[in-house]
Write a protein that binds this ligand. Structure first.
Ligand code: BGC
Length: 437
């Protein structure tokens, strides 16, 4: 099998809240701990990666990986507004340096879904003040870490809130239709169906919508508002623009303090296909998910592409996973071909280097994981042969970790983690991925 070019990055990715443990100053931790939480498990110690990162990185390097993507936790670095914790900056500096010592190119993410509680109290991701707050944090990190920084993603899946808004609208529509049908038949109708698998992150959307009222009072206590605008909230068009302005302001702040850093953001991108009659829906979805961001991304050094699945548009919206299709633990269809399709479409719009910053599968069948990786990377290789500017591939995830609202039930990892003892067991897929270089 042809190897990748020598400088091509093959790595794995993680995110602070999902692996570090005890991020008790962030909004997600607070949401885990309310009585009517929609988080299935507490993140707790997670994978204790905060203390065990060195052994985890060593395993990745020993298996042949040459890159690692991880996030810097804003709520650790700036636990109170304007108050920075230098010990935490030192921690991330040590992580970056350990990566380099082990031959892993570090890629950091400044915001991977979690925000400090104080930011949400100020209006979160719908407040204009977040633009300056995020830029100040990014500028501080860049000033302190300076030349240690290499590839920096400002915001992970900047389009997540827009995708959630779309799914919520669809839930509401389906619930209305089901109610009308039930009323007409004067007997129970069909439920609203479950669309949680249509969003590329572990989320219990239906439960979230049903429990909104119960959560409101608890949120008011924690965040000072019954309707907090966390990053994973349904985003308005104005909020979407704020996220982009926050990215741009952070990009400039990073460049001013660390001119050698390379800056971009990441987007959650489906391979959007359609059946006859679904063309307009598919085009609108791609516009919302990708194309309308292009003006804001002009001037970025790279774009992070995150893909797990395809979506199939029908005339009234996305269709369920095709009958008989193999479905992964996360509820997505097993469809590794999606990555190649997405890369080709993205390359038509974005001018600059692409990194696959996340792609992976939640399964307890590690052979199936290897097949998934092999197929996805085959697509990447074909794109490279056609001259697409792809700089690397990061598998999600290095470790079996805390999959947001789904808790510890989904195993995306190349390394298993015993929940009682934190003992790591390397899966063959880690070596398989390392061997692809
Ligand atoms: C997120 C990860 C998440 C993964 C799998 C991505 O949306 O960036 O945090 O674990 O999908 O659902």
């Amino acid at each position: 099998m042809n190897k990748f070019p020598k400088e091509f990055l093959i790595g794995a990715a993680t995110a602070g809240q999902q692996v570090e443990g005890n991020n008790d100053k962030c909004d997600v931790w607070a949401m885990e701990h309310i009585e009517h939480s929609t988080y299935n498990d507490f993140s707790g110690d997670a994978c204790d990666h905060y203390h065990r990162y060195e052994e985890d990185l060593r395993r990745a390097a020993d298996a042949g990986l040459n890159a690692y993507r991880f996030s810097i936790e804003w709520s650790r670095v700036e636990p109170e507004e304007g108050v920075f914790d230098e010990a935490e900056i030192d921690h991330y500096r040590r992580m970056i340096r350990t990566c380099r010592e082990l031959g892993l190119e570090p890629m950091t993410t400044l915001m991977h879904f979690t925000s400090p509680v104080w930011l949400i109290k100020k209006g979160g991701w719908e407040a204009e003040s977040t633009v300056a707050d995020f830029a100040r944090y990014a500028g501080h990190v860049a000033t302190e870490l300076a030349d240690d920084l290499g590839l920096v993603c400002t915001i992970n899946e900047a389009n997540m809130g827009t995708q959630i808004a779309r799914l919520m609208r669809r839930y509401e529509m389906m619930a209305r239709l089901a109610a009308q049908k039930a009323a007409a038949a004067r007997a129970g109708g069909e439920g609203a169906g479950n669309l949680d698998g249509n969003v590329q992150m572990g989320i219990n959307l239906q439960q979230m919508m049903e429990q909104q009222k119960l959560q409101a009072a608890e949120y008011a206590q924690v965040f000072g508002t019954p309707d907090p605008h966390v990053f994973q909230s349904a985003r308005t068009a104005e909020g979407d623009a704020i996220v982009m302005r926050a990215h741009q302001a952070a990009r400039e702040a990073i460049r001013a303090a660390a001119p050698n850093a390379k800056v971009g953001l990441t987007l959650s991108l489906h391979d959007i296909q359609w059946i006859p009659g679904g063309e307009a829906v598919a085009a609108a979805e791609w516009g919302e998910e990708f194309t309308h961001y292009l003006p804001a991304l002009a001037g970025d050094d790279f774009l992070g592409v995150q893909n797990y699945a395809r979506a199939i548009a029908g005339p009234d919206g996305d269709l369920p996973v095709p009958e008989g299709a193999e479905v992964t633990q996360a509820g997505y269809e097993y469809y590794p071909q999606a990555l190649e399709h997405v890369l080709r479409k993205v390359a038509q719009g974005f001018e600059g280097t692409l990194y696959v910053t996340e792609n992976g599968i939640a399964t307890d069948d590690d052979e199936r994981r290897r097949e998934f990786i092999s197929s996805a990377l085959g697509g990447v290789r074909r794109c490279l042969a056609d001259g697409l500017p792809i700089g690397g591939y990061f598998y999600w995830s290095l470790l079996d970790n805390w999959e947001w609202q789904h808790g510890y039930s989904k195993t995306f990892g190349l390394i298993a983690v015993d929940r009682e003892t934190q003992k790591r067991s390397v899966k063959p897929s880690l070596f398989f991925l390392g061997g692809m270089r």
